[in-house]
Write a protein that binds this ligand. Structure first.
Ligand SMILES: Nc1ccn([C@@H]2O[C@H](COP(=O)(O)OP(=O)(O)OP(=O)(O)O)[C@@H](O)[C@H]2O)c(=O)n1
Ligand SMILES: C[C@](O)(CO)[C@H](O)COP(=O)(O)O
Length: 241
């Protein structure tokens, strides 16, 4: 009988999770004087609410925020949070740079990364935990999403061009949870085209032929995007206080 050990798995399964926050946008649709992630909301900059929710998830090993290189609003020292000034021209590029920064810090390719929009400040620790619970044993990973609640219309020239079958249609939210190496590779494959068509992490993973898991989230996990979203976000935050 041979004493040789069986060959080791080249990609050991890791259960470690990290959060990555793209926070380098300009918030052009929000129309606020400050980039929207720094706009005051219930007495604090918007991104602080996002970070407070993530810091409430004990299973997150690291929280890394990707800032624009010229960001003048980041407070500098947020407990338990690391920031890199490596934001890119698009969300996908900011995420890609953040993943490289995680790798440079020694995070192995097999660890999970939960990418979460800084602008989704209403996410709760419970929603993040539900995503981790649902995806930790999944071979691909997945995302929070919401089954489409309304009738969906196709438009042409400001008029209805048709009604789209809404069964099996979901609205993608964040966090989106994938293995560091897989997500980096998937984004790298679209880099030459300027990450064209990559509007979230799942879309990059889908291009590799894999099918991310949909984990039902809540309607309250909105991305603050337009001017009227601030009042809604503030009302929800105050109702929770
Ligand atoms: N080059 C970019 C663009 C966006 N983001 C981040 O990605 C998240 C989602 O993007 P979005 O809501 O589109 O933010 P903005 O790009 O800032 O908004 P807009 O498109 O209205 O300018 C935000 O937290 C934003 O800060 C980023 O890190 N880098
Ligand atoms: C990632 C995202 O929040 C999922 O809904 C969304 O695609 C970001 O879109 P944006 O146009 O960059 O705001």
């Amino acid at each position: 009988m041979s004493n040789a050990l069986p060959p080791s798995d080249p990609t050991p399964v890791s259960s470690r999770c990290h959060a990555l926050l793209p926070c380098a946008g300009t918030g052009s649709r929000a129309g606020t004087p400050l980039p929207k992630q720094y706009q005051p909301l219930a007495g604090r900059p918007l991104v602080h609410h996002t970070l407070a929710a993530l810091r409430g998830v004990a299973r997150l090993d690291r929280i890394l925020v990707v800032l624009a290189p010229e960001d003048a609003h980041w407070p500098g020292d947020v407990d338990g949070v690391e920031a890199v000034r490596q934001g890119g021209a698009t969300r996908a590029e900011s995420v890609f740079n953040g993943l490289l920064a995680l790798r440079e810090r020694g995070v192995p390719d097999s660890d999970w990364v939960l990418v979460h929009d800084a602008a989704r400040c209403l996410v709760t620790p419970e929603e993040v935990s539900a995503l981790i619970d649902a995806c930790a044993g999944d071979p691909v990973g997945g995302l929070l999403a919401l089954p489409l609640p309304d009738t969906l219309k196709d438009e042409a020239g400001g008029r209805v061009a048709g009604t789209i079958e809404r069964r099996h249609k979901w609205l993608a939210q964040t966090p989106q949870m994938f293995r560091l190496g897989e997500l980096l590779g998937a984004l790298q494959a679209t880099r030459a085209t300027g990450f064209e068509g990559i509007t979230d992490e799942a879309s990059a993973i889908e291009r590799t032929g894999q099918r991310p898991r949909l984990v039902e989230g809540r309607a309250s996990n909105i991305k603050v995007t337009y001017p009227h979203d601030f009042a809604l976000a503030e009302a929800i935050l105050r109702s929770r206080a």
